[in-house]
Write a protein that binds this ligand. Structure first.
Ligand code: PMV
Length: 334
């Protein structure tokens, strides 16, 4: 913690990475507490980082949030306030907070900035408030800001256990394998699309309420997690990639079958899917895709193939940038 001499303020900074789900979370058993209907499993992406500074300040009247130099209001501030309130409650603090955050990747474009953002916020705010919490406790707090943030407290490969308690205290990230377990690479193809149209929360509720395929999606998750665990243990990308593609496509199928159908993809998304499969089937490269609630495509691959994968993705019309990532470490105070 980095407290100033003035007793009315306390400041700390933290860094966290985004994660991409290999077995997807799409459905809540409790909306207010952000409790998922099933578990999920992700890989932490070291190249996608959020750095956040929190200053609790007795002299300011309201919480404020600046992300990448721009003051934010609305949904982003509400999420941040939920996390800050939990920290204040725990620390017996009343001061409002000044939060400044910067991302190494485009904010709010469906690249999981809420996961790294809420994880970094939970860690920085807790440190600034003088709390010393376990990663599980921090994960429970981050989860209230964004479900997927519960997985960004840990590095490497992480499971988010659905838990069964009504208060959600057993619904948090759990390390599956550490970052140095396997030198998997994730190559992200950014598709030109601007800000996301439908938030994950709204999209999930709409799918749950209207899609005949939502329950079948949920019914497959436990087996997918089990298969992903086995693939991770064996460092078997073919097995892991199969599960990841299937989980992703079933989640999107459930959304597309909602009423009205929810389609996050652009033309370039479909083109990227085809290219990833062509690289695998025609060129024999280890390439598997996954896609969250947005148009971007993340490709799972291995070090020897990264250069060719990057070139192929860059050459796809509609792709505006390509980011390469190694498996990242845990969220931390700095
Ligand atoms: O964490 P949220 O509420 O933004 O939801 C994330 C949903 C997906 O990214 C589509 C899936 C996942 O497991 O991360």
């Amino acid at each position: 913690m980095n407290t100033s001499g003035d007793a009315s303020t306390a400041e700390a900074s933290a860094r966290a990475h985004a994660n991409i789900a290999l077995v997807k979370y799409w459905g809540k058993r409790d909306v207010a507490l952000n409790l998922p209907s099933r578990g999920s499993l992700s890989v932490t992406m070291g190249a996608l980082t959020t750095r956040t500074t929190v200053r609790f300040d007795a002299n300011v009247a309201a919480d404020s949030l600046v992300v990448d130099g721009i003051p934010r209001e609305g949904a982003a501030t509400e999420r941040a306030a939920r996390v800050l309130d939990l920290v204040r409650e725990r620390a017996g603090l009343v001061s409002r907070a000044v939060v400044t955050s910067s991302n190494s990747f485009p904010y709010g474009a469906g690249l999981a900035s809420s996961a790294s953002g809420m994880a970094a916020l939970a860690v920085a705010a807790s440190a600034a408030a003088g709390l010393s919490l376990t990663p599980e406790e921090l994960s429970v707090i981050a989860r209230r800001g964004s479900g997927s943030a519960s997985r960004s407290l840990h590095g490497g490969f992480v499971e988010w256990r659905a838990g069964s308690r009504a208060d959600g205290l057993d619904s948090h990230g759990v390390p599956s394998r550490p970052a140095d377990w396997w030198d998997l690479r994730v190559v992200v193809a950014l598709v030109d699309a601007g800000e996301k149209e439908v938030s994950s929360t709204r999209g999930m509720q709409h799918t749950e309420a209207t899609s005949p395929y939502h329950q079948p999606f949920l019914d497959g998750v436990d087996a997918d997690i089990e298969a992903a665990r086995r693939a991770l243990d064996a460092r078997d990308l073919t097995a892991l990639g199969r599960v990841a593609e299937a989980s992703c496509l079933r989640m999107h199928a459930a959304m597309i079958a909602a009423d009205p159908g929810l389609l996050y993809w652009r033309g370039a998304t479909v083109e990227l899917i085809r290219r990833v499969r062509r690289m695998r089937e025609r060129d024999g490269l280890p390439t598997w895709f996954t896609i969250d609630a947005g148009p971007h495509v993340k490709v799972l691959t291995l070090p020897a193939a990264v250069e060719r994968v990057v070139a192929e993705l860059r050459a796809t019309p509609g792709v505006v940038d390509v980011i390469e990532s190694r498996v990242g470490g845990p969220a931390r105070v700095e």
